[in-house]
Design a protein around this ligand. Structure first.
Ligand SMILES: [Zn+2]
Length: 82
C-alpha cells in the first residue's frame, strides 16, 4: 500500500500533506505508548486525556504534556520553581 510510510495517519488518506501526516505519527505514538510512572517506576503510565496521565498499576494520576507526560517546557518550569 502507498500508505505504509504514514502508518497510523493512513486514516487521513492523501489529505493534509505527507510531512504533517508523518508528524502526527510520531506524536500519536508517543501519546498512545506506555511511559514510566514517577510513583512506582513501572512502565504503566497512560494518557487519559490531553495533559492527564494515569498509572494503570498504582493508580497515580498526574498532569503532564498534552501528548507526552514529560515535556521540555516542564523542565524549565521546575527550574523556575526551585
Ligand atoms: Zn505507578
Amino acid at each position: 500500500m502507498a500508505t505504509k510510510k504514514t502508518d497510523i495517519a493512513a486514516r487521513f488518506g492523501a489529505r493534509y500533506g505527507l510531512k504533517i501526516r508523518r508528524l502526527i505519527v510520531s506524536i500519536e505514538k508517543q501519546s498512545r505508548a506506555k511511559h514510566v510512572c514517577p510513583n512506582c517506576f513501572k512502565k504503566a503510565l497512560k494518557r487519559q486525556a490531553a495533559g492527564i496521565w494515569v498509572c494503570k498499576r498504582c493508580g497515580y494520576k498526574m498532569a503532564g504534556g498534552a501528548y507526552s507526560p514529560f515535556t521540555d517546557a516542564q523542565k524549565i518550569i521546575q527550574k523556575m520553581v526551585k
